[in-house]
Design a protein around this ligand. Structure first.
Ligand code: NAD
Ligand code: UFG
Length: 335
């Protein structure tokens, strides 16, 4: 089975590439490297000991995508490609709408022409907006608070409509919670440009002393210690969820939505303490103002994925902290 990974050189896509190759899939990566580096492909070859086919391509470019589909006969697509910074999406919303929606429309057009009927899409827990209750279930109301989130919401709707119009289509919408960690080899991981927005990359850069200290955004939320609670999931577990999602898409038609999370909520201070203990390093922090747009608690009910995909996350917080630190040291020292 040949699977196209759009955005496959990125953080989640590269980890999924490893798991798909190990599960025996033939993969092709397409990426414009706007938020990733070309040498990811070589590192994937090192990890998998296989040739990795890749195309430098922009998925908003219909002619290029048409050519790609003509050259390669895909059985399925996993659509990771997209811009993903919430804050940036509020400053440059048009870029977000154009990149994230156009790429999906272009892909779907090519899939229709070349009769590719299986697609797995990278959605996000952000589509639950401000949760009224947790844990979050797939059938709870969706709403968004920023342009990035709306692109996920709109893409979900587009994909559902396309599947409704073509009964042969299989659409799997994966709502990721908070991926952290890295492959155990330390060869791939998340390496954000500039100052990180997300908690774990910020912590690892404070631990290396690249950044002076962590700002904990608010300690007056209605949570156990007042800091924000999230469902952190090891990126390798998340990647394995994609293998299950692809298998599911080959056996089922229509649209199905799955939360990919662990079902456990950890506060910001839990993460800081777990990181310090697991890696025997200090992470100095100050309590700062709440960050605009943050919610108090967000964690998954992952039981639907357990039931239908036969998938659940296996790696614990200690592993997530160790692998994040291993990657940070490798990417700082060697690359
Ligand atoms: P990433 O930025 O590391 O990977 C995305 C990849 O897509 C990058 O390699 C980038 O170069 C590529 N890309 C972007 N636009 C493209 C285009 N038009 N054509 C070709 N390539 C393009 O991000 P990630 O963390 O791996 O996220 C993957 C997907 O999962 C994204 O759609 C993201 O919105 C979604 N998601 C991520 C998180 C998270 O916390 N990381 C959470 C929920 C959902
Ligand atoms: N936080 C800090 N200090 C920091 C960074 C984050 O205290 O420097 C806190 C936040 O306030 C929040 C928690 O750490 O309570 C997690 O924040 P992240 O920025 O790491 O993650 P978010 O939950 O805000 O958002 C992430 C992705 C979104 C995605 C969402 C899915 O950035 O794209 O998870 O749940 F939609």
């Amino acid at each position: 089975m040949k699977v196209l990974l759009t955005g496959g050189a990125g953080y989640i896509g590269s980890h999924t590439a490893v798991e798909l190759v190990e599960a025996g899939y033939d993969i092709v990566i397409g990426d414009n490297f706007s938020n990733s580096k070309r040498d990811v492909i070589d590192r994937l070859k090192k990890i998998t000991k296989k040739e990795i086919k890749f195309y430098e391509i922009d998925f908003t470019d219909y002619e290029a995508v048409d050519k790609l589909f003509e050259e390669e006969k895909f059985d399925a697509v996993i659509h990771f490609a997209g811009l993903k910074a919430v804050g940036e999406s509020c400053s440059i919303p048009l870029d977000y709408y154009q990149n994230n929606i156009d790429s999906t429309l272009v892909l779907l057009k090519a899939m229709k022409k070349y009769e590719v009927e299986n697609i797995v899409f990278s959605s996000s827990a952000t589509v639950y907006g401000i949760p009224k209750e947790v844990p979050l279930k797939e059938n709870m109301p969706t709403f968004c608070t920023n342009p990035y989130g709306w692109t996920k919401y709109m893409n979900e709707q587009i994909l559902k409509d396309v599947a409704k119009a073509n009964p042969k289509m299989s659409v799997v919408l994966l709502r990721y919670f908070n991926p952290i960690g890295a492959h155990e080899s330390g060869l791939i991981g998340e390496d954000p440009n500039g100052i990180p927005n997300n908690l774990m990359p910020y912590i690892t850069q404070v631990a290396t002393k690249k950044l002076p200290l962590l700002s904990v955004f608010g300690n007056d939320y209605p949570t156990k210690d007042g800091t924000g609670v999230r469902d952190y999931i090891h990126v390798v577990d998340l990647a394995k969820g994609h293998v299950k999602a692809i298998e599911f898409s080959f056996k089922n038609r229509g649209t199905e939505v799955f939360n990919l999370g662990t079902g456990k909520g950890y506060s910001v201070l839990d993460i800081v303490k777990a990181f310090e203990t697991a890696n025997e390093v200090e992470v100095p922090y100050v309590i700062a103002e709440r960050r605009d747009g943050d919610v108090a608690e967000c964690y998954a009910d992952p039981s639907k994925a357990e039931q239908l995909l036969k998938w659940h996350a296996e790696r614990d917080l200690v592993q997530m902290c160790k692998d994040s630190w291993n990657w940070q040291q490798n990417c700082t020292n060697n690359f």
